[in-house]
Design a binder for this molecule. Structure first.
Ligand SMILES: Nc1ncnc2c1ncn2[C@@H]1O[C@H](COP(=O)(O)OP(=O)(O)O)[C@@H](O)[C@H]1O
Ligand SMILES: O=P(O)(O)O[C@H]1O[C@H](CO)[C@@H](O[C@H]2O[C@H](CO)[C@@H](O)[C@H](O)[C@H]2O)[C@H](O)[C@H]1O
Length: 429
């Protein structure tokens, strides 16, 4: 196992789901479990490792398949003694074993890993006799139920039409320290896959690129968002925002800002102005708190021609502590997230053009497109959810843009200009 941990320490930092620590991974094995393999020569196991040795260690799930091989393939982690160690989700032996663990071998069929920028790794199954299924393998593990499973399952069970039906989920256990501190948490979540539907990020980007109106889509997305918020408020507690809750939430804004000050030096000039807006928002009137989506953006919603808007991925922001993600929060956080996403559409179109193609009129069209989508989304939300409080919304948009600045600095530095320009614009108002 020591050799495998050595290979993982080289391979994991290259994966999108790995959280960089600024040092080389220090991996410890927390748990290792063999899954059933149909082929005696192929081993399937799930390895759970911690990166770091203190209470801040990050726990990861790494499914591995080991099979005979002479050469490396695209998902080979290592070649050892004539056998390849492969990233499990990309090997059907693991995909099949996962369905067996879920008690849903009836859904087995051709499988493929979803490509794109994901925080986790999702496998799509296309069985011959049943609807396609997508199973998300959580990469960063946390004790307790994952909010993605918790919220989507509750909404689906309550008959919400705005989330895909749930197929099942898997839990696992791991031991943090020498037989002490056994933790239990979510390993995987399966739901119906809606085929042939692009997520709204791609649809919105294509619309904005040719300046096609998106306001009716944005308005209906606002209405559906309000409906999902109403359902969540019915299904989970809605505590009033007392001093302790306000303190906890506004402290999280400030904590994020101080991380950004270290990781995104370009923000230094804005620290005082952002803090003033946070202070005004903390002192303003707050609505009751409730469970929210937590990382709401255009990549998290799909428009099905037959079912309308569907919401996905209730896991919350991957960089945020899990306890905060599961705590009742301001529903406005989701509104702010989607507003930021319309701005990202205009920002990413601007970035896609080479400097010599710069055209102020084209940029202005994209910005006008984003402003119109924003206004329509807010109007749609207000139809049933009421108009958001401006001071709080302003602070939450800033908080989201600060999060995005950290996220882009870590994962996509070329995109950092998008949240940075948004922060300047939000502060200028
Ligand atoms: N039930 C589904 N039907 C169709 N596509 C889906 C479904 N669930 C997820 N997807 C696609 O997978 C992408 C990533 O899913 P998501 O839950 O956001 O994963 P992650 O937590 O890894 O970011 C979504 O943007 C969407 O395009
Ligand atoms: O992986 P997740 O979907 O959980 O979310 C993370 O990655 C997102 C990018 O893939 C990131 O979203 C940011 O970029 C989007 C465009 O790619 C944009 O629509 C969002 O508004 C913007 O926040 C998200 O913040 C991050 O948590």
């Amino acid at each position: 196992m020591q050799t495998t941990l050595g290979h993982l320490a080289t391979w994991m930092p290259q994966q999108r789901w790995y959280s960089p620590t600024g040092r080389s991974p220090r991996l410890r094995l927390l748990d290792q479990r063999e899954l059933t393999s149909r082929d005696a020569d192929v081993a399937v196991r799930v390895v759970i490792v911690a990166d770091g040795d203190d209470e801040n260690a990050v726990v990861y799930q790494v499914p591995l398949v080991t099979r005979p091989a002479e050469v490396t393939g695209p998902w080979t982690i290592a070649l050892q003694d004539g056998r390849a160690v492969i990233d499990g989700p990309h090997d059907h032996a693991f995909a099949s074993a996962l369905l067996a663990e879920l008690g849903r071998s009836d859904l087995d069929g051709p499988s493929q890993v979803l490509v794109g920028e994901q925080s986790n790794t999702s496998i799509i199954f296309r069985p011959h006799q049943a609807a396609p299924t997508i199973c998300k393998v959580f990469r960063r593990l946390h004790p307790g139920i994952n909010p993605d499973i918790e919220l989507q399952s509750a909404l689906a069970a309550a008959g919400s039409r705005h989330v895909p039906p749930v197929v099942g989920h898997l839990d696992g256990r791991w031991t943090m320290a020498q037989g002490r501190d056994v933790q239990q948490g979510s390993l995987a979540f399966a739901q119906e896959f809606l085929p042939d539907v692009d997520d709204a990020w791609r649809v919105a980007l294509a619309a904005a690129a040719v300046n096609t109106d998106f306001t009716s889509e944005a308005a209906s997305l606002g209405q559906v968002t309000a409906a999902v918020h109403r359902d969540l408020a019915r299904l989970f507690p809605t505590p009033s925002a007392d001093d302790a809750a306000r303190h906890a939430i506004s402290t999280a804004w400030r904590r994020r800002l101080s991380i950004a000050m270290v990781e995104v030096p370009a923000l230094a000039a804005h620290e005082a102005a952002i803090s003033r807006i946070y202070a005004a928002a903390a002192a303003s009137a707050w609505p009751a708190l409730q469970r929210v989506h937590g990382d709401y953006h255009l990549g998290q919603v799909l428009h099905s021609p037959t079912r309308g808007w569907m919401l996905l991925d209730f896991e919350g922001e991957p960089m945020r502590p899990i306890a905060e993600r599961r705590a009742p929060d301001l529903a406005l956080r989701d509104i702010a997230g989607m507003l930021r996403s319309f701005d990202y559409v205009a920002g990413s179109l601007r970035l896609q053009r080479a400097p010599q193609q710069h055209d102020a009129a084209v940029d202005e069209d994209a910005e006008a497109w984003a402003r119109a989508a924003r206004a329509a989304f807010l109007a749609g939300y207000a139809d049933t959810g009421g108009a958001p409080a401006v001071t709080l919304l302003n602070a939450l948009e800033l908080d989201k843009a600060v999060y995005e600045a950290i996220y882009e600095a870590r994962h996509r530095p070329a995109w950092l200009a998008i949240p940075l320009s948004a922060i300047e614009r939000l502060l200028a108002h």
